[in-house]
Design a protein around this ligand. Structure first.
Ligand code: SF4
Length: 402
């Protein structure tokens, strides 16, 4: 076995998420200095940026953008706060944004207002002449942090050894993973998936092999496999802190789905109790959750779907309809704002934004834009040529599926 001895740890990003829940009236942005005082971890930034008011930031960002013109494109993930989304040339989920980056070859700089793995994917899909910038380098993702490269490589080596002579395994990774894992999938006959196409990608993966290693979100993996008729007793969870992921050789050999023990700290907060409470409080409410939520929550909901599905369903629903939504609060609040003729509420009564998404404050956006005006590229995100080409293989396999 190649699994190295590891001490179990909780990613710092996971702890920060838990510490970040706040009352609704504290959600609107403050100056960066005030936010640093109440939050957890920030990238150091020149002090003049700490105290700019919203109006000053607006004026300065507009001025920097005017100077940069078409040389820069700003992309905003749906989970970004409103005060960032208003500056985005395009908003979408992580994959749509990366495709958008690829479709703008004239933009020399792509400022990605999202988290680290998204900027990496944009860097893989965009042209070699383009530079992708993440305004705050500490904007990571707790789910991606739960599948570090060394652990995944160890697990892969163990699986190849144990399954030798017992059929193969196709690695599939969710978009929300570091580029190195996408590359591992590309090199080993696997693919990437998004929450929109996970079912189709898993169908394809089972055409290649009898079993799948699904990374890093156990919930998306489990919920999708159940849709395909795979039963819970055909699934095992791989705990990276235990030998063979906490499984016996026989369990691994008879499993169809090997689920990496990772999760989204935001979506695992949604519970069956919250669904019951929403149904009691709001007559006729439809409960709509993201498939990163735990199986019990997904089962109890009326509908589950990706971020883009959630948006489309609510935006296209009839006036007067009511929705309780299990996804990130910034998106839910935006859907409520844009659909004033409908009731749109978050399932969780406590407001818990994705704390790492929240690290993209307008002051950071201004900082990187003014850097570009001065000819300085701050926080460029890039990957090695090898990782880029292997990841592209996994991404192209996904794109080839209809
Ligand atoms: S919402 Fe979850 S998966 Fe998305 S960036 Fe935040 S922690 Fe990661």
């Amino acid at each position: 076995m190649t699994t190295r001895q590891k001490r179990p740890f909780v990613p710092i990003t996971e702890i920060e998420h838990a510490a970040f829940c706040k009352p609704e009236d504290e959600l609107p942005s403050k100056s960066l200095a005030e936010e640093i005082a109440i939050n957890v971890r920030w990238q150091k930034i020149p002090t003049e940026y700490l105290h700019y008011s919203a109006e000053q930031l607006d004026a300065k960002i507009a001025e920097a953008r005017r100077k940069l013109g078409a040389r820069v494109t700003i992309l905003g993930h749906h989970y970004q706060r409103e005060e960032i989304i208003k500056y985005a040339d395009f908003q979408g989920d992580s994959f749509l944004l990366s495709q958008e980056a690829a479709s703008r070859p004239d933009a020399e700089f792509i400022v990605f207002c999202g988290v680290h793995f998204m900027a990496e994917t944009a860097s893989i899909l965009s042209g070699q002449h383009q530079k992708v910038i993440l305004p705050n380098i500490t904007a990571g993702c707790s789910m991606a942090d739960m599948a570090p490269m060394e652990d995944v490589e160890d697990a892969w080596d163990d699986l190849i050894e144990v399954l030798d002579g017992y059929g193969g395994v196709t690695p599939v990774t969710y978009m929300n993973s570091i580029a190195g894992i996408k590359a591992l999938c590309g090199k080993n006959g696997g693919a990437v998936c998004t929450s929109s196409n996970a079912t189709r990608v898993l169908e394809w993966a089972f055409e290649q092999n009898d079993r799948v290693l699904f990374l890093p979100d156990q919930h998306l993996g489990r919920n999708t496999a159940l849709k395909l008729g795979i039963s819970l007793d055909q699934m095992v969870v791989w705990n990276p802190f235990k030998s063979l992921g906490g499984n016996t050789e026989d369990q691994l050999r008879s499993a169809k789905m090997i689920l990496w023990q990772g999760h989204c700290s935001v979506h695992t907060r949604f519970t069956v109790k919250q669904i019951e409470s929403a149904r009691e409080r709001i007559p006729g409410v439809k409960v709509l959750v993201h498939p990163e939520c735990p199986m019990e929550t997904v089962d109890a909901a009326d509908i589950n779907g990706s971020t883009e599905t959630i948006r489309a369903l609510i935006n296209d629903s009839p006036s007067g309809s009511a929705w309780a939504v299990g996804t990130e609060i910034s998106l839910v609040n935006r859907l409520a704002l844009n659909n004033p003729d409908k009731t749109v509420v978050c399932l969780d009564p406590v407001s818990c934004p994705c704390s790492t998404m929240y690290r993209i404050h307008p002051a950071y956006l201004l900082w990187v834009l003014e850097g570009l005006v001065e000819g300085e590229v701050i926080n460029e995100i890039s990957v090695t040529d090898e990782v880029r080409s292997d990841s592209m293989v996994a991404l192209e396999r996904m794109l080839a599926l209809k």
